[in-house]
Design a protein around this ligand. Structure first.
Ligand SMILES: [Zn+2]
Length: 135
């Protein structure tokens, strides 16, 4: 168990390239994520532990069973309403670690148009940060 965990972490670290752009924007992304998490959590009142800002390209955010939240620094470069959707999505996973109707109902409490936002974000899924700055 312990060993498997270490292998996964090592592999992740190798694939996430640390770029200057990431270093330059990481703290701004962290401030944004914390502000929006706190804003939406006044509604949900959930408990989360560590919040990490990563240079991940394949995924906007994730939530672990331990209550840790991870977000891509790329959130800084997408429209605010889509950023909010990602943040609420991961926040709601603290209560429902699945994509059941119960989960979506929870998301819908603060993001009633989550279906549209979920669709809209797909446009940004495969764009690099450089591409996003000109979208
Ligand atoms: Zn999810």
């Amino acid at each position: 168990m312990q060993k498997w965990f270490k292998i996964v972490r090592r592999r992740r670290r190798r694939t996430s390239s640390v770029t200057k752009h990431y270093i330059d924007n990481k703290e701004a992304a962290r401030a944004l994520v914390h502000a929006r998490l706190e804003f939406f959590n006044t509604h949900y009142g959930l408990i989360y532990k560590r919040v990490a800002i990563r240079n991940q390209k394949r995924c906007w955010g994730s939530c672990s069973a331990l209550g840790n939240l991870n977000f891509s620094y790329r959130l800084l470069f997408i429209p605010p309403e889509l950023c909010d959707y990602i943040i609420v999505h991961e926040l709601c996973h603290l209560k429902e670690l699945n994509h059941s109707q119960r989960f979506w109902d929870l998301v819908g409490e603060t993001i009633p148009d989550y279906k549209e936002r979920k669709r809209a974000i797909q446009k940004y899924d495969h764009l690099s940060v450089k591409d996003m700055l000109v979208v």
